[in-house]
Design a protein around this ligand. Structure first.
Ligand SMILES: Cc1cc2nc3c(=O)[nH]c(=O)nc-3n(C[C@H](O)[C@H](O)[C@H](O)COP(=O)(O)O)c2cc1C
Length: 198
């Protein structure tokens, strides 16, 4: 037996809660932006993925209109920082609804460093920063999908393997689950794709 629920069965936030409990785990984009007046903003977004490979484009979704969305629209730039396990408390604290004139970097004493290609800073202690120019936005109901053309990916060389790619066991990415649940990296298995053989 299964329970079956349509959006009509669960009005309001209840269906959203169901969706975020079944689409799991979700990687967390820790999005830094700078407002037009120069306030550096930082907030986690778990509605996040790669949208296109060539050109490289990533996306995050703002549920409602928030500072990250407003700043990305106003300035055309944002950075996705990787939310690693050691930064979890700061990632969570940066989701607090600080007013626009308060920088989460300052309020939470989060170290920043200059990005290479865009104005919003990178999180200094995050091992990966994906610097983006706003590509476009897409309004969908109460949400806005923000697409960013990737201009530069800055990776801490201490997390790189010999093949030049990051070692996920060193990145230690956190993921978002349902309710107030988060998860850390579990067992990592290498599994090769199987070519079709008629
Ligand atoms: C792990 C985590 C993931 C989140 N994911 C999203 C998301 O995908 N979209 C969203 O709109 N808010 C998300 N939030 C909530 C925002 O981070 C929160 O509303 C924040 O205050 C927005 O900040 P801003 O106004 O500075 O952009 C998430 C919060 C946490 C803790």
């Amino acid at each position: 037996m299964r329970t079956e629920q349509t959006p009509d069965d669960l009005p309001g936030r209840a269906f959203y809660k169901l969706m975020t409990s079944v689409v799991v785990p979700r990687p967390i984009a820790w999005v830094s932006t700078t407002s037009e007046s120069g306030v550096d903003n930082l907030a986690p977004h778990s509605f996040f993925t790669i949208s296109c490979t060539e050109p490289p484009i990533v996306q995050f979704t703002s549920v409602g209109r928030k500072d990250s969305l407003r700043n990305a629209e106003a300035t055309g730039e944002f950075v996705v920082n990787l939310a690693s396990e050691s930064l979890q408390d700061q990632v969570n604290a940066s989701a607090t609804d600080y007013p626009s004139h308060v920088s989460e970097f300052d309020a939470l004493d989060i170290g920043r460093e200059a990005s290479t290609t865009v104005r919003p800073p990178r999180v200094a202690d995050s091992p990966v920063a994906v610097e983006c120019a706003l590509h476009s936005t897409l309004r969908l109901g109460d949400s806005t999908v923000v697409f960013g053309r990737v201009l530069n990916v800055a990776v801490d060389e201490n997390v790189l393997k010999d093949d030049g790619l990051p070692d996920v066991t060193l990145l230690r990415p956190m993921a978002r689950l349902g309710r107030n649940e988060w998860s850390a990296l579990g067992e990592v298995r290498g599994i090769d794709r199987i070519p079709y053989r008629p």
